[in-house]
Design a protein around this ligand. Structure first.
Ligand code: ZN
Length: 110
């Protein structure tokens, strides 16, 4: 991976972190962390009660992914960025573009 590619993936990680933070904030509104009357956007049109357990698991997944992205970001300026933590081979660039938090190659999985 060259410097330009590394910067593109790093920006992608930062963008995805921002998107996820917004998503988590919205999900917090409808999972009852914040009063439902403060719900905003398209999610306010959803049935907050029926969807609560689904939303909770979506939020858990989003928070888990956020953690993985923050970990990837700590590595984003290093020499080992884009190198599989398991086998030491380069992670496919297309994989990193779609899954910027990936620290393993396609073969080693996540
Ligand atoms: Zn690997």
């Amino acid at each position: 991976m060259n410097d330009i590619q590394q910067k593109i993936i790093k920006d992608k990680i930062i963008d995805t972190i921002e998107d996820l933070r917004e998503e988590i904030e919205e999900l917090k509104l409808i999972t009852g962390v914040v009063a439902p009357d403060r719900a905003i956007g398209r999610i306010s049109r959803m049935d907050a009660i029926n969807n609560r357990s689904i939303n909770k698991s979506v939020m858990d997944n989003a928070e888990e992914r956020l953690g993985q992205l923050q970990y990837a970001l700590t590595k984003a300026d290093g020499d080992k960025f884009g190198i599989c933590e398991s086998c030491g081979r380069e992670i496919n660039l297309n994989r990193l573009l779609s899954v910027p938090e990936a620290v393993n190659c396609m073969n080693c999985g996540q």
